[in-house]
Ligand binder design. Structure first.
Ligand code: PEP
Ligand code: MN
Length: 337
């Protein structure tokens, strides 16, 4: 339920409504817009007569949110959320490019690629230090050392960093080094991890699960937001279908669907979606055209030797060309980098 206050509502009357909602055991999430204060009330509304709220001073209207996700819905917040990570903004009219290798492989390797990516226009450096591999015998990541290399390389190139957190016990370590915490597709419904990420105050990049519906993705975001962390960036990274030629199927129709249902920014990951580098560029172009707020792309200076996901990693030259092409598409959809 959303309580929309009058444009001229006094702080006292806003506090009065918050007190009333809290008294009847609702969690209140306040959103102060340009014109109006909106109070998102989450809780059990059985037995509550909405008129009790409607008659309070300075209440403009009470709106029921019919979707199961509340804080993530556009009803709660009509304007787009713009997530900030240091100087980088995600959402709104500006596009973001997050790029880097699948895994952080060493200090020199990540520094070298970071410089190339920053010069080409990427503002977020990606790289996994804790890797969710299908096989327990595959490279599992450099752990804390990898996080340190990633954050140093990002800082040296005026970028911010994003890296995956696989379990709650790793959160403090990531908070120490990393700007945006990534929840991988395999963890999208790890509800205890999501709850713990609700308690932090750094942005979370939430990847869509391999077989998750859009509603389930938004409900996963709701878990994080219910804890008070509203800085959630969604990521469409392909879902598993019967198609075998591509690693996954990039569901680009999720982009306009999410844009209608939610105010949260959404980026696309054409690397994990397609699994093949020759398919990454066309799908990256399509994702920007479809209205994403940016991209997450794997790039490696020597993909043949990559410790993970080499086949889907772009060569640096391919990435540079892609950025130039995306410039044109961005302008066509009214966005800038
Ligand atoms: C990744 O970004 O490296 C990754 C493991 O992605 P996903 O969780 O989407 O498979
Ligand atoms: Mn990868």
């Amino acid at each position: 339920m959303v309580v929309v206050m009058h444009e001229t509502a006094s702080e006292e009357n806003i506090q009065n409504v918050i007190a009333k909602l809290t008294k009847i055991n609702f969690d209140v999430h306040r959103s102060t817009g340009v014109n109006q204060t909106v109070l998102g009330a989450v809780g059990d509304k059985r037995g509550l007569d909405p008129r009790e709220l409607e008659v309070l001073p300075d209440v403009y209207k009470v709106v029921q949110i019919t979707e199961p996700f509340k804080l993530a819905s556009r009803t709660f917040q009509p304007r787009d959320t713009i997530v900030k990570a240091g100087p980088v903004t995600i959402g709104g009219d500006k596009l973001v490019m997050m790029a880097g290798p699948c895994s952080v492989e060493g200090r020199d390797e990540i520094r070298e690629i970071a410089e190339v990516l920053a010069n080409a226009g990427a503002s977020v450096l990606r790289g996994g230090a804790f890797k969710p591999r299908s096989s327990p015998y595959s490279f599992q990541g450099l752990g804390e050392e990898g996080l340190r290399y990633l954050s140093d390389a990002a800082r040296e190139n005026n970028m911010v960093s994003v890296s995956e957190v696989m379990e709650s016990s790793q959160i403090p370590l990531l908070l120490e080094h990393i700007d945006i915490l990534q929840v991988g597709a395999r963890n999208m419904q790890n509800f205890s991890l999501l709850r713990d990420l609700g308690k932090i105050r750094k942005p979370v990049l939430l990847k869509r699960g391999l077989s998750a519906t859009i509603e389930e993705l938004l409900m996963a975001a709701e878990y994080i937001m219910a804890g008070g962390n509203y800085d959630v960036i969604l990521c469409e990274r392909g879902i598993r279908t019967f198609e075998k030629y591509t690693r996954n199927t990039l569901d680009l129709s999720a982009v306009p669907v999410v844009k209608k249902l939610s105010h949260l920014p959404i980026v696309a990951d054409p690397s994990h979606a397609t699994g093949r580098r020759d398919k990454v560029t066309p799908m990256a172009r399509a994702a920007i055209a479809a209205g994403t707020d940016g991209l997450l792309v794997e790039v490696h200076q020597n993909p043949e030797e990559a410790m993970s996901d080499g086949a889907q990693s772009l060569y640096p030259e391919q990435f540079q060309r892609l950025m130039q092409e995306l410039d044109i598409i961005a302008r066509a959809v009214g966005k800038t980098w």
